[in-house]
Ligand binder design. Structure first.
Ligand code: EPU
Length: 438
């Protein structure tokens, strides 16, 4: 029996820059997820504002619900109450659905002394091991057991709770830093985390926890020193809700979309300070825009007077070029004149989508799993595209718009994981995108 599949049908602009208007950026997925998990550290309800309405947030809420956490949403504000927390294992099916489920292991272990969870799932972008988390918890005195042939991990804190430790990260893991930071906030004594990730989402999480009474020194540097509360939960009290920072990846993707497809486009609700390098690279490549602290405006970007130059895209931990913007930027490279080199240094499986882009007509040589060479500009033709992850999914929408003809984008559940109301937002600037059942 044939099953029906929902896809995005996108009408291409055949290289014309016809879009215009204003498009707003939502709250950052990758800050919202650890913030939600941080509710486990509190003895009273916590409130968040600017929460993106995306399926990863719903998954995190369902995961937390499976261990007794109640959350209530009102538009973009969310109240999360962990007073009824239990020692139940995580709901396996939900935890497997998204990689970020592993972030919750840190605060849960610190709060209840035990966490039972399956290896986390997520997008198809590489191996994504969790050794950094496990070895960090062990350094804090926890015992890690692998059960059911590797299908379940059980981590147990020592008698009396996690103990402060000196932990040096083998890799600057974003979610690893977030999980261990949260574990350390409730531990006994002082924890030093060295070689931590500097991504704005990590910094924003640390600042939010500090504002609620956690003691964290070194925020914004690669060494964090956390003085634990000795098991005493944080108190939120009647503070104003913590506002999630703008999503820099959504903002960066919209800027690429504007450069390639819009005559005039204003992107609002951004934090441009988190996009310094991508903006610099786009400016060097010939994109003209005006940036304020919170907006980017592309104007008079007509085909006649715009030729973009090729660029070097080498992903790196922040403040380097974000791996999550590599796919949209590579679509830009297909329309730039000359040879662009794309080097994916964070994940080994994140260039596969380029095969689909090559099938649309781009001139792409994938040298190995970390490197590709894109020579442009090339005309693209619409086709069927199967998103391997959410970031490539949005890049496919951009490629489909650049192309001539209609594209059908499959696996839209990936796109919905990270982008709020994407069809409505795009329609608002003139994109012909619709949901179709095929
Ligand atoms: N790594 C290990 N061992 C670990 C953890 C990570 O070897 O225990 C490796 C990874 O395999 C990778 C590197 O360290 O090669 C960095 O991975 P990191 O842990 O920083 O990635 P992550 O925390 O799983 C977050 C974002 C990703 C983003 C990366 C890199 C969240 C929820 N996810 O993932 O976002 O690509 O940092 O910036 O914050 C996305 O939003 O689409 C997305 C994939």
């Amino acid at each position: 029996m044939m099953t029906e599949t929902e896809v995005f049908r996108v009408a291409g602009l055949a290289g014309e820059k016809k879009l215009s208007g204003t498009i707003a950026v939502s709250g950052s997925k990758n800050e919202a997820l650890p913030l939600l998990a941080s509710a486990l550290l509190f003895g009273d309800p916590v409130r968040f504002a600017n929460m993106p309405q995306i399926s990863d947030i719903e998954s995190m809420r369902t995961l937390l619900e499976s261990i007794g956490v109640v959350s209530e949403s009102k538009e973009h504000t969310l109240t999360v109450d962990a007073r009824g927390i239990s020692k139940e294992p995580f709901n396996r099916d939900v935890a497997r659905k998204f990689r970020a489920s592993v972030i919750a292991t840190g605060p849960l272990l610190a709060r209840t002394g035990e966490v039972v969870f399956p290896p986390p799932g997520g997008c198809l972008i590489g191996k994504r091991p969790i050794d950094v988390f496990l070895s960090g918890y062990e350094k804090m005195g926890a015992t890690v057991s692998v059960l059911d042939d590797g299908e379940v991990f059980r981590i147990t804190a020592p008698e009396g709770g996690l103990r402060g430790a000196h932990i040096i990260f083998r890799v600057q893991s974003v979610t690893g830093t977030e999980a261990l930071l949260m574990a350390a906030v409730l531990a006994h004594g002082t924890t030093t985390l060295e070689n931590v990730a500097l991504e704005p989402e990590v910094t924003a999480l640390a600042e939010a926890l500090c504002a609620c009474g956690a003691k964290i020194d070194g925020i914004g540097t690669t060494t964090l020193v956390i003085t634990g509360t000795g098991g005493v939960p944080l108190s939120f009290g009647d503070r104003s809700p913590i506002a999630v920072i703008p999503d820099r990846i959504e903002a960066g993707s919209f800027i690429v979309l504007g450069a390639l497809c819009a005559e005039n486009l204003t992107i609002t609700n951004c934090a441009t300070k988190h996009l310094s390098l991508p903006l610099e690279m786009l400016r060097d490549a010939g994109v003209s825009f005006e940036a304020t602290d919170t907006t980017v405006t592309i104007s008079n970007n007509t085909k006649a007077n715009k030729v973009f130059r090729s660029l070097q895209i080498r992903t790196h931990e922040y403040p380097g070029f974000p791996t999550d913007l590599q796919a949209p930027m590579s679509i830009f490279a297909t329309q730039a004149t000359g040879e662009s080199v794309v080097e994916e240094m964070i994940f080994e499986g994140r260039l596969g989508y380029l095969e689909d882009i090559a099938r649309m007509g781009a001139n792409i040589v994938i040298a190995d799993s970390h490197k590709a060479i894109i020579t442009g500009p090339m005309k693209l033709t619409g086709r069927e595209l199967y998103s391997p992850d959410l970031r490539a999914g949005l890049a496919y929408i951009i490629a489909a718009l650049v192309a001539k003809g209609t594209s059908h984008i499959y696996n839209i559940h990936y796109i919905e994981r990270g982008y709020e109301h994407i069809e409505e937002k795009l329609r608002g600037i003139g994109v012909a995108i619709e949901r179709a059942v095929v």
